[in-house]
Structures are given as structure tokens and as C-alpha cells.
Design a protein around this ligand. Structure first.
Ligand code: SF4
Length: 410
């Protein structure tokens, strides 16, 4: 059995190269990694080989991390991108009751809040003045929400700042909007798009396995519903991110199956802009306090999930994002050395992870991102939401250039 790596060995893996580690990697893991590196495609390995990668420990894990970093350099180069955005969680009132969520409140709690569409529009104006190109809008699901509330938020933001990209509403909120309005899903999504919805966050995915979902939240949308919302959005020219929450009750096999499911959808629609692994923040959650989950991911798991996603999604989803609010500064950088290429958004007022116990803060300025990226020897680049406009940033060399990473989505 492979030995468990020490934290210090994991901290130092960025100084290693795949070719140094390869001779020490077990044949089955090495062969699977070489198949992916040779083809630069994650579909080169079987399900069993993918499971072997997901269980890598010791030198095999070092092989996984260094191979993922090599592949990242091949597929995404040395840029680390980020988007200047503002997070707007317009209410914390929610009836769904997810056990991993410490953000939601019941309607009678003393610290509830609810923003009307004009207040959301005002926040968009402030964000635009601070250089944001995107607002990311999600909230709790309160009983009795006016049926067209999500549409009205879009209208208010577009009226306030017509050029702002609106990245909004989780698949769970979309299902709720369909229920409130009685509209067919495709018509509802088209209506939101025509009122300014740019892209959809692929959140509410957690683990796309109904047995696990039942433990996490009995009232959440099913795997089939999540897939239907995403497929229908993509078919209606609304791109989305894709996500996975790890480090709770799931197993490595769930990671592999989720990545393969996302590949299937991507093969069909091409609508995913990126994959975002979301480490479970356990401190203030019922899921942890009721003994239903482990205490979040280990360092090895954080690194492994980012590396595995680079490898298994190669040839399908090219951008792997670190969620800096759930990781600390050093861990974000380590994950960017383990296959990731995107820092996500500046956020301005992150609430959800902070309430669950994360301590990384609510805002990272563009200057902070640039310094962190330069510290890693990589090139900072501000992007738009869908990676079609990239502006290189380097205070050291004082250059700015325009480059396109992704084709426009037809
Ligand atoms: S994760 Fe979202 S849907 Fe679930 S309880 Fe929290 S706010 Fe509500």
C-alpha cells in the first residue's frame, strides 16, 4: 500500500516535474497518466483506470499532480486568469434546508435580509464603478417570491448598467422560477436570456448522485433535474460553469463519475465555460455537526481533485478554477500548480463560504490576484465571464495585450 504523503512533501511538489516522478509511479497509474498526456484527452482512459487515478497516494499522487501541471501548461499555457466581479446574494431566506449550508435563514430569524430589484441594480452600479464586468447573483429561495422576481432583477441590473454581464441563478433557482411562473423550462430560460441573463452558475450540483444528494439535502433538485436545466440552458445559448462539492460524504468514485457526466454534457452542447471544484467548508454546518460528513477535504484531497479534473476533463472543459474563498492563499496557489488555470472572481462581498466558516475573506482585489500569480511565476490576465476577452496584466513588465482563449459560443 502506498504511504500517505507528509504535508511538507505536498507543499513542495511544485518543484518536481512529471519526468522526475514517472519512474516511481505504479504501472497502472503511470500507464493511465501516459495515455492522457499522449492524447491530451481525458477520454483516453477507462472507468477503472480513472478510479485508479482518483485513489492515487504517495508517489502515485505526486505523479498525478505533476502530470496535471504539465497538461495545464500544454492546454492553457502560463496564464492565470481572473474576472473582476461582484457577488450579490439578494436574500438569505430559504426553505430548502441543505445541511451543508450555513448561509440560509428561516423567515422568522432575526438576521434575515431581502434586496429588491432596484437595490440589486444599485449594487451593480457600484460594482461597475469599481471596474467589475460581471455580477454573480444568487440567493436563498423564500416562500412566496413574486413569480417573475428573477426576471425583474435582470431588468433592474440591465437598466442600471446595460453593459454588465449577468451571471445568475443556480439550477435550483431556475427550477423554482419554473414552478412559480408555470412556464415550460425552455421558455422560462429564453425569457431570462431575453431580459439580460448572460450565463448560469453551474452550482447546486454538489455531488450528482441521488443517494449522496439525499443526505446533503432532501429538498434539493435531483441529478436528472440539474442535468435537464443545464442542457436546456446550453441549447438556448446560455452557457454555464460546472461545479462539484467534495470533502463530505462522497467517495473518489463519485468524483470520477461526475467528471465523466460533465464530459458527456459538454460533448453534446459545448456550453460549459469551466469546472470549479468546491471544497466543503464544514465548521458551521448541520451536516458536520450531525456526524454525517467528514471535516472537509484534506490537503491531499484538495490537490487531487484539481489535478484529476484537469486530467479527466482534458479535451472537453479547458478551464479549471480554484475557489479562493474556500482555500487559503497558499492552497489556492498549490491548486493552480496542480492543474488549475483560473482564480475565479474578485467577488467584492462573498457571504456563503464565510458563513460556513471559511476565513479567506470576502474580496480579493485585482492587484492582490496579480501579485499572487506573479509570485507563482505565471502571467496574470483579466478575462470576461466566458473567456473570450483576455487582458494580460503585469505590473513588472508594464504590458497589456488582448488575446482570445475560447471561441464564441454559437
Ligand atoms: S444551499 Fe442554497 S438552496 Fe440550499 S439552503 Fe443554502 S441557500 Fe438554500
Amino acid at each position: 500500500m502506498a504511504r500517505e504523503l507528509l504535508s511538507s512533501e505536498l507543499e513542495e511538489f511544485p518543484s518536481l516535474h512529471w519526468s522526475d516522478i514517472a519512474p516511481r509511479v505504479a504501472p497502472v497509474v503511470r500507464s493511465a497518466l501516459e495515455k492522457i498526456l499522449d492524447t491530451q484527452n481525458g477520454d483516453a482512459v477507462s472507468l477503472e483506470e480513472a478510479y485508479a487515478l482518483a485513489h492515487a497516494e504517495g508517489d502515485d499522487l505526486l505523479g498525478l499532480l505533476t502530470a496535471a501541471d504539465w497538461l495545464r501548461a500544454e492546454l492553457s499555457g502560463n496564464l492565470v486568469t481572473y474576472v473582476v466581479n461582484r457577488n450579490i446574494n439578494f436574500t438569505n431566506i430559504c426553505f430548502v434546508g441543505c445541511k451543508f449550508c450555513a448561509f440560509s435563514r428561516g423567515p422568522r430569524d432575526s438576521d434575515t435580509y431581502f434586496l429588491d430589484p432596484d437595490q440589486v441594480g444599485q449594487k451593480a452600479i457600484e460594482a461597475w464603478q469599481l471596474g467589475a464586468t460581471e455580477v454573480c447573483i444568487q440567493g436563498g429561495l423564500p416562500h412566496g417570491l413574486p413569480p417573475f422576481y428573477y426576471r425583474d432583477i435582470l431588468r433592474a441590473v440591465k437598466k442600471a448598467v446595460p453593459a454588465m454581464h449577468i451571471h445568475a441563478f443556480s439550477p435550483m433557482e431556475i427550477v423554482y422560477g419554473v414552478e412559480l411562473t408555470g412556464m415550460p423550462l425552455a421558455d422560462y430560460l429564453s425569457m431570462l436570456r431575453d431580459n439580460g441573463l448572460g450565463t448560469l452558475p453551474g452550482t447546486a450540483a454538489e455531488i450528482l448522485d441521488d443517494e449522496v444528494r439525499h443526505i446533503l439535502s432532501r429538498n434539493k433538485l435531483s441529478t436528472a433535474q440539474w442535468v435537464e436545466v443545464i442542457r436546456t440552458a446550453h441549447r438556448n445559448r446560455i452557457r454555464s460553469t460546472s461545479t462539484m462539492m467534495y470533502g463530505h460524504t462522497e467517495t473518489p468514485e463519485h468524483w470520477v463519475r461526475q467528471m465523466r457526466l460533465l464530459r458527456e454534457i459538454q460533448d453534446e452542447t459545448g456550453g460549459f465555460t469551466e469546472f470549479v471544484p468546491l471544497g466543503f467548508v464544514h465548521q458551521n454546518t448541520l451536516l458536520f455537526h450531525q456526524g454525517l460528513a467528514r471535516s472537509g477535504p484534506t490537503l491531499a484531497e484538495h490537490l487531487k481533485v484539481h489535478a484529476l479534473s484537469r486530467l479527466l476533463l482534458a479535451g472537453s472543459i479547458n478551464n479549471i478554477q480554484v475557489s479562493w474563498v474556500k482555500l487559503n492563499r497558499r492552497l489556492s496557489q498549490l491548486c493552480l500548480h496542480a492543474g488549475a488555470n483560473d482564480y475565479g472572481g474578485t467577488l467584492m462581498e462573498e457571504n456563503i463560504s464565510r458563513e460556513a466558516g471559511a476565513t479567506a475573506g470576502q474580496y480579493t482585489s485585482p492587484e492582490d490576484f496579480q501579485a499572487l500569480i506573479l509570485e507563482m511565476g505565471r502571467i496574470p490576465a483579466e478575462r470576461n465571464t466566458i473567456y473570450t476577452r483576455i487582458k494580460l496584466k503585469s505590473p513588472l513588465e508594464d504590458f497589456t495585450a488582448e488575446e482570445t482563449l475560447e471561441p464564441e459560443f454559437a
